[in-house]
Design a binder for this molecule. Structure first.
Ligand code: UDX
Length: 436
């Protein structure tokens, strides 16, 4: 099928490349000429495992092209819209200006019978409004939320755990759902759940999923806070409750908390939307989820201060990690970078290292010192703060090796990734998050 993908960020670029890899003819469209130039050369403009191979193959085969010219969307059977919906500059609601601009520019190029599939995460009610505008062209809008995780985005796109499509009522909706089944034929053929809903449900599925995941993380971080005043170990607690299949161990990793371009802004936008709908109290717990999450950053910083005897002023702190999680170069709302900035604000001599995210981090926080080489970053540090659990900082870093480089022996494990016994045995003063 001929497809267009509007917006080539973390979501759209992967979607375009993945759709080409399963046999479609795809044009990706973005307003950023730099991004389009890189993608057109078959190069990924950001770090995402497996994406470079898919781009090279797609662009090489001629099935995948990128442009800044929206008129290239004309003639595609399905147009995916995957532009960003960041938090508004002031307030917690989602900024829909990119969505509005994308639809404004796409509308003149639609033909009767085309399907427009919205993928951006939007406040419930958005699709119904957009559907009216799309209908004036004779095309049909569906809402097809995306659940991909950065770092696993290619796999999550080609082989998702479920497909959700919100459609308008009647024959038109059924026809559009049928077309989306064709688009996702390999996943549909292997029996991936394909859930057809109304617009509001499809929009809510996405924010509800992210709200649940954020709540799960903040739940275990709340238990970490209790563990900290009782001497309990939250990692053992998570293992023990996680054996209950109704609870499950995944997403019970206590630590410095969640960040990134999705969970933080999505729970805020959800709360803001609920308030508009007169249902503030229904999701008021999300404010608590947010507050717990942010307190963990304070805690990690406080542990470094405590570890250094009450002040970080003039002390060298090696911060291991800048990305919001491993296998990503994304630093949006990264707890790792936030902790680094706060420590610097307190007068520490902060050195940040990360295998992929330094360029993005430097753009956002040029005041910090970045050293790509892990061992050089550790050299002469008075304290070490692990905040992004890349393999090079956990499995591949022994406490003995770290001790051979640093000046001090204070380690704050912001992701509960280390074995406290091993670090203590090597002479370190070890602090975990919710661990004795
Ligand atoms: C998330 C959702 O998982 C995905 O389905 C949705 O489409 C987009 O938002 P992503 O932002 O890529 O994906 O990251 P995710 O893997 O969910 O991690 C989010 C944050 O939570 C990271 O900062 C991670 O470090 C943190 N996290 C995750 C924890 O602190 N503890 C955990 O146990 C798991």
């Amino acid at each position: 099928m001929r497809l267009s993908v509007i917006g080539c960020g973390y979501l759209g670029a992967v979607h375009a490349a993945a759709m080409a890899s399963i046999g479609h003819e795809v044009v990706g469209i973005d307003i950023d000429p730099g991004k389009v130039a890189a993608l057109s050369r078959g190069e990924a403009p950001f770090f995402e495992p497996r994406l470079p191979e898919l781009l090279e193959e797609g662009v090489g085969s001629g099935r995948l092209a990128f442009t800044t010219d929206i008129s290239a969307a004309a003639g595609a059977a399905v147009h995916f819209v995957g532009v960003g919906t960041p938090q508004q500059q002031s307030g917690h609601a989602a900024d829909l200006s990119h969505v509005d601009e994308a639809f404004d520019s796409l509308l003149p190029h639609l033909r009767p019978g085309d399907v427009v599939a919205g993928k951006s995460t939007v406040p419930v009610g958005t699709a119904a409004d957009l559907a009216e505008r799309v209908a004036t062209t004779g095309a049909t809008l569906v809402w097809n939320p995306e659940f991909l995780r950065e770092g696993w985005a290619v796999q999550d796109t080609i082989d998702p755990d479920r497909l959700v499509v919100g459609v308008p009522e009647g024959d038109e909706g059924e026809r559009a759902a049928g077309i989306l089944r064709e688009v996702y034929h390999p996943a549909v053929a292997k029996g991936t759940p394909f859930i057809i809903t109304d617009f509001a449900t499809a929009e809510l599925v996405k924010v509800a999923a992210n709200a649940f995941l954020a709540t799960k993380i903040s739940f275990i971080n709340a238990m970490a806070e209790i563990a900290e005043v009782t001497g309990a170990d939250v990692t053992l607690l998570a293992d023990a409750i996680g054996h209950d299949v109704r609870i499950g161990r995944r997403f019970l990793g206590a630590g410095i908390g969640f960040g990134g371009g999705c969970l933080p802004k999505d729970i805020r936008a959800f709360a803001a939307r609920a308030e508009e709908l007169g249902r503030r109290e229904s999701v008021s717990f999300l404010r608590e989820v947010d507050a717990i999450n942010l307190r963990r950053r304070d805690r990690a910083v406080q542990l470094v201060i405590d570890g250094l005897g009450g002040s970080v002023f003039g002390k060298r702190v090696a911060v291991l990690g800048a990305a919001f999680k491993p296998f990503s170069d994304d630093v949006r709302d990264s707890p790792a970078l936030d902790a680094a900035v706060r420590l610097r604000g307190l007068g520490a001599d902060v050195v940040v290292t990360d295998p992929q995210a330094i360029e993005n981090a430097r753009r956002l926080h040029p005041q910090l010192t970045y050293i790509a080489d892990r061992d050089e970053a550790l050299r002469d540090a008075d304290a070490v703060l692990l905040v992004t659990e890349w393999d090079e900082y956990r499995r591949q870093l022994t406490p003995e090796h770290a001790a051979s480089l640093t000046r001090g022996r204070v380690v704050v494990d912001g992701r509960n990734s280390y074995d406290p016994k091993a670090w203590r045995a090597a002479g370190w003063t070890y602090f975990g998050m919710g661990r004795p």
